[in-house]
Write a new protein. Structure first.
Length: 106
């Protein structure tokens, strides 16, 4: 097999096959990370009563970079959405009279 670095000059059948292999391999690894992320999120649904298992799997799957990327982007979005919602809620003065997670900082 021709080294991948030498495929820049001339693309022949071996180089094309190697490029396709790398594309397929990358796609497979990315899809596996997304599938693991979706599995943990589905298991976190309270009605399924699998939250403990999902927490353990979350720690185990953090070894995989694509899972970690999905989880971190999801956590950042959740934090953004929570802060955005709390900012809007705190504009109302009567909201903090009742128990509300947005009023804990106040």
């Amino acid at each position: 097999m021709v080294p991948y670095a030498e495929c820049d000059a001339v693309i022949d059948n071996q180089c094309a096959a190697q490029i396709l292999y790398h594309i397929f391999d990358s796609t497979l690894i990315l899809s596996a990370g997304i599938a693991l992320f979706m599995t943990v999120n589905i298991m976190m649904i309270p009605r399924l009563e699998l939250e403990d298992v999902a927490r353990v799997l979350d720690w185990i799957f953090l070894v995989f970079p694509h899972y970690s990327l999905c989880a971190s982007v999801n956590n950042m979005y959740n934090n953004y959405a929570f802060l955005k919602a709390c900012t809007r809620i705190l504009e109302l003065s009567e909201v903090c009279d009742r128990p509300n997670p947005c009023c804990e900082r106040k």
